[in-house]
Design a protein around this ligand. Structure first.
Ligand code: FMN
Length: 421
């Protein structure tokens, strides 16, 4: 062996082993196949039917919004500090009076049981296990009562606008959230109009589920997905189904949602929800500091900075680029959540360094389901927490609080633009 190789090996062997969040044999075996969520994405179309994968993975237009969300994160680099911290960072946190194991949450995703049957409950269980926030979409495949049953400490509920009958459905959902004991209610602001994603339209499911021979072939050639249907049941919109009828079929619920649900919440709606919902209230889809200021003035507890993962229109600013200005405006008067483009714990670390309290991810968990089925979200969450802990250590911070002081530099831009203080 060359001398340089010997000295490298001996210095490696004297380093303390990196204590891992996840050190089980199962985790390590998965890590050797899927070392980042990008590998999960590559495997996803082989696990779920292509039409289901396309529904979940696609963005508006030509997916340019998704690409920019990712490149905005990739362009940010930490300026590290060494010689101070000797192991992975501590990442537990407290939000709205509730303690969480890590500041990495699961974004609400409607129709997810199409990508993987039973997805909502599988994800909620994983979140409860790791004590991280889980958000059920109002168009989700489980009821909020079932979610709270499996994830009592971490369940959040997302709502869209049902304006008919003076918000009768919205008020009923708030009542159910109250009775079930959800930890936060999230109002999504950023869907003033309905969007059809290009790849979703081309895959044939934009107008409901009407199986074609090609779709049936895709299902027949994904035996694990078929088994998941046997185990968890046919994809449904359980949260909405109760308002349509106990025996309503999936397409009937989709038609109901198209008729009853939609249009962005107005500030007046936000004020009324604030009045009715006594628990933590979060507004999702905020990108402009003036909207952030309005929300704070209305007594909202949290702002969720998001461009809907590039699924609405592809020309919205990446949320990570909007975060510093919003953090500077809000100055701690509301908690800050961020999603859109988070694919790793390193991305989460960047969001936290720039002022977010919790980073959320959507598609990364969806890929984990399609690639690995029921154990996917457990693995993806552990992977991201592990990455976050190592990023905390690389910046010389021992804790999330310390990470806030880390400096970020932006590739191809004036470094001062995004320096966190
Ligand atoms: C399949 C899918 C369904 C979604 N459904 C909803 C929804 O019902 N309500 C909502 O507020 N956001 C929804 N979103 C947006 C996510 O909550 C989140 O903002 C986005 O996925 C974050 O970006 P990322 O996928 O890059 O992590 C959905 C996203 C996906 C991928």
């Amino acid at each position: 062996m060359k001398p340089s190789m010997v000295s490298l090996m001996s210095s490696l062997s004297t380093l303390p082993p990196l204590p891992r969040v996840a050190s089980s044999a199962d985790y390590l075996a998965l890590h050797s196949r899927f070392p980042t969520t990008t590998y999960l994405r590559r495997a996803a179309p082989k696990g779920a039917p292509v039409f289901a994968y396309e529904f979940g993975d696609s963005g508006a237009g030509d997916d340019v919004g998704i690409a920019h969300n990712w490149s905005a994160f990739d362009a940010l680099k930490f300026k590290p500090r060494y010689g101070v911290v000797h192991g992975p960072g501590e990442v537990s946190t407290t939000l709205f009076g509730q303690s969480y194991g890590a500041p990495i949450g699961m974004s609400p995703m409607g129709g997810l049981s199409l990508v993987w049957p039973g997805a909502d409950l599988i994800m909620a269980r994983a979140a409860q296990r790791m004590r991280t926030p889980y958000t059920l979409s109002v168009a989700g495949g489980a009821t909020i009562e079932d979610i709270v049953r499996v994830a009592p400490d971490v369940a959040w509920m997302q709502m869209y606008r049902f304006a008919n009958n003076d918000h009768a459905i919205g008020w009923d959902m708030l009542r159910r959230c109250q009775e079930a004991g959800v930890r936060a209610v999230v109002m999504t602001l950023d869907v003033p109009v309905r969007t059809t994603r290009s790849r979703e339209a081309r895959s044939g499911i934009a107008q409901g589920f009407h199986p074609t021979p090609r779709m049936l072939w895709e299902i027949a050639t994904r035996p694990r997905w078929l088994l998941a249907i046997l185990r968890h049941g046919y994809p449904r919109f359980e949260m909405l189904r109760g308002y349509v009828g106990p025996n309503a079929g999936t397409n009937e619920v989709i038609r109901f949602a198209r008729r009853e649900m939609g249009g962005g919440f107005s500030w007046e709606d936000v004020a009324r929800y604030r009045d009715r919902w006594k628990g933590p209230l979060v507004l999702k889809g905020v990108l402009h500091p003036e909207d952030a200021e309005k929300a704070v003035a209305l007594g909202v507890d949290g702002l969720w900075i998001s461009n809907h993962g590039g699924r609405q229109i592809e020309t919205l600013m990446p949320s990570i680029e909007c975060l510093p200005a919003i953090a500077a405006t809000v100055r701690g008067r509301a908690a800050l959540m961020l999603d859109s483009g988070v694919r790793s714990g390193h991305d989460a670390a960047k969001a936290i360094a720039l002022g977010a309290d919790v980073a959320f991810a959507g598609k990364a968990f969806l890929w984990s389901l399609a690639a690995l089925g029921d154990r996917g979200p457990d693995y993806a969450l552990e992977l991201m927490i592990d990455e976050l802990r190592s990023a905390v250590a690389q910046t010389g911070a021992a804790t999330l609080q310390g990470l806030r002081g880390a400096q970020l530099w932006r590739l191809n831009a004036a470094p001062s633009m995004l320096m966190s203080t």
